[in-house]
Design a protein. Sequence first.
Length: 387
Amino acid sequence: MANMNFSQKRQIYDAEDTENKKTVASKNGGAKTKKKPKSEGSFGSGSTKKAENGIKKSKEIEIPDIKELEKYVLQSIIGQDNQVRKIITSIYKAKKFKTLKSNILIIGKSGTGKTETIKQIAEKLNIPYTIEDATKYTQEGYYGADAMDAIYNLLENCDYNIEKAQQGIIVFDEIDKKVGHEQHDVAGVEVLKSLLKIIEGTKIKIELDPFGAELYDFDTKNIIFIFLGAFSGLEKIRQKRLNTNPLGFSVDNTEKKEKQKSRYLKKDLVEYGIPEEFVGRIDIIIEMDELSKEVLVFILKKSKLSIFRRYQAELRKQGITLSYDGKLFELIAEESLSLDTGARELSNTVNYIFENITYDVLSNPKKYHKCILDLDIVKDNTKYELL
């Protein structure tokens, strides 16, 4: 399995999934298994009941199957199979084993699926979450956001249900922009230090009415904190560490040892410029893979989030069949790779392709039944024919 390429692994995964479905069907006499009716809400939600103090509370619901969630997320997130499993496992661990909550750092370039993976997991499990732009945060919050803003945003996203929010997820995106071994940003370092209190778990007083007449306790100890960033330049620090050898040559060349020693370590983050106290609150470091041309093509063809598939589906609703050469996906992937923004650039390229087509279809409803895409449409979005 280790020597297989991405598409081969995916084919095996799909084949195993199909075989499992056949096995289940045969056990049930060929009939589809009847799903259990969903309870009101799902994990992290549940039906709400009013507490004595008038604050909404959530009834705890059994955690759904971890394998089913993994399959669900992998239908959308392509090319990060191992990373998706690690993130899911970390979140499940925190919810299932209360004493093993982990704060997570996810390192990866733009468009590698960091944010989308968290969204998919949280929304499927109905766990409240908020994604905060770390660049907007300031030490005291006078001219920007501070730690309390994240708490209130989380509360707002679950209708101010305190109990539910206390089990939520807070994501700080672009956390690397607050520090860096080259810029020596003292203010940025202080921002990270100002977040320490809520990250390590504390009880704070919050106001839920505009007049602040009554304060409520809010406990952050069970909130999962996830930090995202590209961390440009961190790779150089890792390489420097890996190439350091008293004898002047590389050792430990087995695949297993290579993978173990090439992980990012906490000391790499400290050297990068992140305060040691902050790094100490990070339990798990996950590195997203850069997306290859092969993976981008697979995203376009198979991902549930594929913008190309969405356009195709919308045209089908208008009675229009889309016709194109399969090589088109490769050209779109190459165009996106040239801008080095991963899967995110796929949307820009595909939107450009369908810009004029969309206008023609909307301005002439029910006139066309077929749309033929020329391979040159990636560079010139007039290269199509509507019939």
